[in-house]
Design a protein around this ligand. Structure first.
Ligand code: SF4
Length: 474
C-alpha cells in the first residue's frame, strides 16, 4: 500500500513557494517601475483539461508575483504548457519556438518557460538544450507548483534551468490559481495513470496514480462555490480509480456523495472514466443524484475484443456492452459520449465492423473519433501490421457517418421540452443571444443578456439545429 501524501510536506512546500513569490514580487515591482508599465504574461495551453487546470495554477502564481495577463505572445513572460499525446503536437511547439526567439531579441528581459507532458521526454529536453538555447526554464508535469522558485533560480543563474521529475508522490495544495470562468471550474481529484493502454503516452509523462485527500478536494470546492462557482468538472485520467492510494481508501462514488452535500453547488461533471473500473455503486450514486449531470463520457476505443486486448484496455466488447446496459437500465435518458480509435495496428475489416456494431448498439450522443497515429515511446508504435492510411481513412469516414447520424437524431429528441440551461457567455455570432449548456452538454442559444452568465434558467428548446438548439426563456 502506497504511503499517504504527507500533508506537512504539502503545507511547508506551499509556504516555501509563497516565499519565492514574495521575493519575486519586489524584484518585478522594481522592474515595472523602471519600465513605467506592468509586466505581462501569456500562457499557451496545449492538450487536455488536466493541462488547462495546470495552466490556471501557473497563471495564479504569475498574477501573485505581479504579472498581468495578455492575450499575445508579445509579453515579458511566456509559458508553453505542452501536450505530447500525438507526435505532431511536438512538431507544433518546435515550430512556434522560433517566433518566440524573434520576440526575445526585441525584449531581452523576456522569459520563456516550457512545461507539461512533452517536457517529460528526455529526447525533447536534449533537443531544446542544444537547439533552443534561448529558452529559460524547462519543467514538467509533476512540479508545476515550483514556477516561482524556478524563475528565481533563472534570475540568479543566468543559464537555462531544467527541472524534470520522473515521478512524484507529492501533491502540493493551497497554491494560487487563476481560473478561466467565474461560474465553473475544473477540480483535480487525482493525478497520473496506471493503465498503460498500449497506444498511450500519458502514464510515461504523468506518472503513477495518486489521489488527493478528500478533505482537500471538498475544501477547494467549498471555496470555489463561495467564490461564485455553480458547476465543477472533476478531473483525473481515470476518475473511477480514485482513492486507491489513500491511507483511508475512499471510492469515487463515496467522494461524489460528499461533494453532492455542498450547498450552492448546482452541477457536477467528471472525466475521464475507464470502463473497467466503473462500479455499480457509482451508477447508483449517479441515478440518485440531483447534481451530477446527465452525461457520462465512457471511452471504448474499439469494439473488437481482439484489438482491446492488444490495446491493453482490460475489458471485452461484452463487458463494455453489459456495463452500458446497466447504466441505461438505471438512467434511461443518460447522454453517453465516447472515444474511438480507428486503424489500430492489426485492425481488420471484421474488427472495424465490431466497432460499428458497438456504436449502433450503444447509440452515442457524440463521439471523439481518432485515426490511430503512432506515438514513439508507446508499445503500439513498434507493433507489426500497421493499417494502411487509405484503409484507415475509409473506415474512419464510414464510422463518422454512422456516429453523426445517430448523434443528430438523439440531439433532436429534446425538441419542444423545457430544460435547465447554465448560461456561459454572449453568443459569438449574435450578441443578442446568450449561449449555455444543458446537463447533457448540448449547446443552447436564446435571447437574453449578460447578467444571466453563470446562472441556470429554464429554456424551451424550440428548434434543434443538428447539434445545438435555439431556445426561448420560459
Ligand atoms: S486510461 Fe489509458 S488512454 Fe487513458 S490516460 Fe490512462 S493509459 Fe492513457
Amino acid at each position: 500500500m502506497r504511503k499517504e501524501i504527507n500533508i506537512n510536506v504539502s503545507e511547508s512546500e506551499a509556504q516555501r513557494q509563497l516565499q519565492f513569490v514574495d521575493e519575486l514580487k519586489e524584484i518585478y515591482q522594481k522592474k515595472s517601475d523602471e519600465l513605467g508599465r506592468p509586466l505581462t504574461y501569456h500562457i499557451a495551453t496545449f492538450g487536455c483539461q488536466m493541462n488547462a487546470k495546470d495552466s490556471e495554477k501557473l497563471a495564479g502564481i504569475l498574477e501573485k508575483i505581479g504579472f498581468v495577463e495578455t492575450d499575445t505572445e508579445v509579453a515579458d513572460f511566456v509559458a508553453y504548457n505542452t501536450c505530447t499525446v500525438r507526435e505532431n503536437a511536438n512538431t507544433r511547439v518546435y515550430g512556434r519556438l522560433g517566433y518566440l526567439n524573434s520576440l526575445k531579441k526585441k525584449n531581452p528581459n523576456m522569459m520563456i518557460a516550457l512545461c507539461g507532458c512533452m517536457m517529460q521526454e528526455d529526447a525533447v529536453v536534449d533537443k531544446i538544450r542544444k537547439s533552443y538555447r534561448f529558452v529559460d526554464i524547462i519543467f514538467g508535469t509533476h512540479n508545476i507548483f515550483k514556477l516561482a522558485e524556478l524563475i528565481q533560480a533563472r534570475l540568479s543563474s543566468k543559464s537555462m534551468i531544467i527541472d524534470i521529475w520522473k515521478d512524484t508522490d507529492q501533491i502540493v495544495e493551497d497554491l494560487p490559481s487563476e481560473r478561466k470562468y467565474k461560474f465553473k471550474a475544473g477540480v483535480n481529484i487525482m493525478y497520473g495513470c496506471n493503465n498503460f493502454c498500449s497506444y498511450c503516452i500519458v502514464p510515461y509523462v504523468r506518472g503513477r496514480e495518486r489521489s488527493r485527500n478528500p478533505e482537500d478536494i471538498l475544501r477547494e470546492i467549498r471555496e470555489l462555490v463561495a467564490d461564485g462557482v455553480v458547476e465543477i468538472m472533476l478531473l483525473g485520467q481515470n476518475v473511477n480509480s480514485y482513492g486507491k492510494t489513500l491511507e483511508n481508501p475512499m471510492t469515487f462514488a463515496e467522494l461524489l456523495i460528499e461533494i453532492e452535500k455542498i450547498e450552492g453547488l448546482e452541477r457536477i461533471r467528471f472525466m475521464t472514466s475507464h470502463p473497467k473500473d466503473l462500479s455499480d455503486s457509482l451508477i447508483e450514486v449517479m441515478k440518485n443524484s440531483k447534481k451530477i449531470c446527465n452525461h457520462l463520457h465512457l471511452p471504448f476505443q474499439s469494439g473488437s475484443t481482439k484489438i482491446l486486448k492488444i490495446m491493453n484496455r482490460k475489458y471485452t466488447k461484452e463487458d463494455y456492452l453489459s456495463l452500458v446496459d446497466r447504466i441505461k437500465a438505471a438512467m434511461p435518458n443518460i447522454s453517453l459520449t465516447t472515444d474511438i480509435i480507428i486503424g489500430f495496428p492489426g485492425e481488420t475489416e471484421e474488427d472495424f465492423l465490431e466497432t460499428l456494431d458497438v456504436v449502433k448498439k450503444v447509440r452515442y450522443d457524440s463521439a471523439y473519433t481518432f485515426l490511430y497515429s503512432k506515438r514513439t515511446g508507446t508499445p503500439a508504435a513498434n507493433m507489426e501490421s500497421q493499417v494502411e492510411d487509405s484503409v484507415a481513412k475509409d473506415r474512419f469516414d464510414r464510422l463518422l457517418k454512422e456516429v453523426q447520424a445517430i448523434s443528430s437524431e438523439l440531439t433532436s429528441k429534446h425538441q419542444g421540452s423545457i430544460q435547465k440551461v447554465l448560461v456561459e457567455e454572449i453568443n459569438e455570432q449574435d450578441p443578442t443571444l446568450m449561449t449555455g449548456r444543458l446537463s447533457n452538454n448540448v449547446l443552447v442559444h436564446f435571447k437574453g443578456n449578460k447578467d444571466m452568465i453563470g446562472k441556470i434558467f429554464n429554456v424551451n428548446l424550440k428548434e434543434c439545429k443538428g447539434f445545438y438548439y435555439i431556445g426561448e426563456l420560459v
